[in-house]
Design a protein around this ligand. Structure first.
Ligand SMILES: Cc1cc2nc3c(=O)[nH]c(=O)nc-3n(C[C@H](O)[C@H](O)[C@H](O)COP(=O)(O)O)c2cc1C
Length: 300
């Protein structure tokens, strides 16, 4: 059976990746399973300089998911390049670095710095709902999506994945804007903006007031958006949002995703990503699917 998929010329041994921000750079999870089982590891967002993140509390549980407002805390690209890339290079998996920034120049500085590193692909996060500048400000206006994609493509040595926000009216328009700017791949969805109020403390459950909702509660929205995006563009789509197991992953693939990312479930079950890989193989065996490509976008 063939589980290999191709993203803009990069061949993944299987379509399973980790969702940015839910897997660190894989160190803790490498104690649970061999990261070489995964098609790719997607790192936490990296900026040009260190970001302290938002005040605490930053996470809260919700029905079927969680709210987070981490605010993209990260050590900055130098520490990342020296510490995390050599760690990931030890494993037989592809390395995808998630990039964040407050201005176009911030993003470009990281993209340029990473051009010298053994990184397979870049994922540009223009969809974080938890930072005041940058992030989602780029991701909600199709003209801005096209413009920043074009800029990033001028500097990037690796293929570029644009990560789209679900906090928009028409995801097809945003997908087309990224494609028009030259994106090689798009990924979606990032978190949906939400709010929780602690009625005993009579205040917001996360200090940022709003947070990004993730986990199984958002999955039907994510599947719908992946379907719409995949049908709007010709470039490959990476699907995510509430994947808990292999069945969920297959749903995204049938909706049109070439690859999938496993996110929030990692916090509950650190073996989840490896289990998704094995579960996809079991599904293919059960239904006599010889090549995973037969499943991509099979439901129309
Ligand atoms: C705690 C946390 C941190 C996250 N950090 C990032 C990030 O740094 N960059 C990014 O593009 N997405 C980030 N995300 C969004 C996830 O990568 C993913 O798009 C989203 O959570 C939906 O998938 P899930 O429901 O499987 O978690 C984060 C999500 C969570 C829960």
């Amino acid at each position: 059976m063939n589980t290999k998929v191709n993203l803009a010329g990069i061949e993944l041994k299987n379509p399973v990746m980790t969702a940015s921000g839910t897997f660190g750079s894989g160190e803790e999870y490498s104690e649970m399973f061999d990261l070489g089982y995964l098609g790719a590891v997607v790192t936490k967002g990296v900026a040009n300089v260190a970001w302290p993140g938002n005040p605490t509390p930053r996470i809260a549980e919700t029905y079927g998911g969680m709210l987070n407002a981490i605010g993209l805390q990260n050590p900055g690209m130098e520490v990342f390049a020296q510490r995390d890339i050599p760690f990931l290079k030890k494993y037989d998996t592809k390395i995808i670095v998630n990039v964040c920034g407050k201005t176009t120049e911030d993003y470009l500085a990281v993209v340029e710095r990473l051009s010298e590193e053994p990184v397979d692909m870049l994922e540009i996060n223009i969809s974080c709902p938890n930072v005041k500048e940058g992030g989602i400000a780029f991701g909600q206006d199709p003209k801005a999506v096209e413009a920043i994609t074009r800029e990033v493509k001028k500097y990037a040595k690796q293929p570029v994945i644009m990560k789209l926000s679900p906090n928009v009216t028409d995801i097809g328009v945003m997908a087309k804007a990224a494609e028009a700017g030259g994106a090689d791949v798009i990924s979606l969805i990032n978190t949906l903006t939400g709010m929780k109020i602690d009625i005993n403390r009579r205040t917001f459950a996360v200090a940022n007031k709003t947070g990004g909702l993730s986990g199984p509660a958002i999955k039907p929205i994510a599947v719908r958006m992946v379907y719409q995006a995949a049908n709007a563009v010709k470039i490959p789509v990476i699907g995510m949002g509430g994947i808990m197991d292999a069945d969920d992953a297959i749903e995204f693939i049938l909706a049109g995703a070439t690859a999938v990312s496993v996110g929030t479930v990692n916090f509950r079950n650190p073996y989840a990503a490896e289990e998704v890989v094995k579960g996809i193989e079991a599904y293919m065996e059960r239904y006599g699917v010889k090549d995973i490509k037969e499943l991509i976008g099979a439901v129309r």
